[in-house]
Write a protein of this length. Structure first.
Length: 166
């Protein structure tokens, strides 16, 4: 996995970024996070000469992280999002993801939000956009490497969510 930092126009956002990343990586699997004036794109494909290989922390490593994720549960074929003020649900969701992906939460700050989405044809909807910052402990390095490669959560990756930044 390689993290590439790519400058971007500030007005470019949402699904347009996903299409740009897909073109940059010629369809290879990729995660990205919008940092305002630049993107960080994580992929196995060499996109820029200055890409930095992502180091997989060993079991027992305690490390700071950032994550923007869409917290959702699936019921009846629909995404159900928690109430904006329900930080406990969001924490529990991330702890459950951590159990599956080889880490445990040591300290956590949660800021709930939502992202409005407009797609081709003018269709409008919103998805949860929760900002997690904190400290985690790696309990299984091989599972944790999957979290770094595939992201966290099921919803919103096309909109720049799910990439675990350590």
């Amino acid at each position: 996995m390689i993290d590439h930092t790519i400058p971007k126009p500030n007005r470019l956002a949402g699904y347009e970024l996903h299409r740009m990343v897909a073109e940059l990586t010629t369809g290879a699997s990729a995660l990205f996070v919008d940092q305002g004036d630049h993107l960080v794109v994580r992929t196995d494909k060499p996109v820029t000469p200055g890409g930095k290989h992502v180091r997989i922390p060993e079991k027992g490593t305690v490390i700071g992280f950032e994550l923007r994720a869409s917290v959702a549960i699936r019921r009846g074929g629909r995404n159900i999002y928690p109430a904006t003020n329900d930080w406990r649900f969001r924490r529990t969701w991330l702890e459950a993801e951590g159990e599956k992906l080889g880490f445990e939460i040591v300290a956590l700050h949660v800021v709930a939000g939502r992202q409005d989405v407009v797609v081709n044809g003018g269709r409008k909807f919103w998805i949860d956009a929760t900002e997690f910052t904190g400290v985690l402990k790696v309990v299984d390095a091989s599972k944790f490497s999957l979290a770094l490669a595939n992201g966290i959560g099921r919803v919103g990756k096309a909109f720049g969510m799910g990439m675990l930044v350590i």
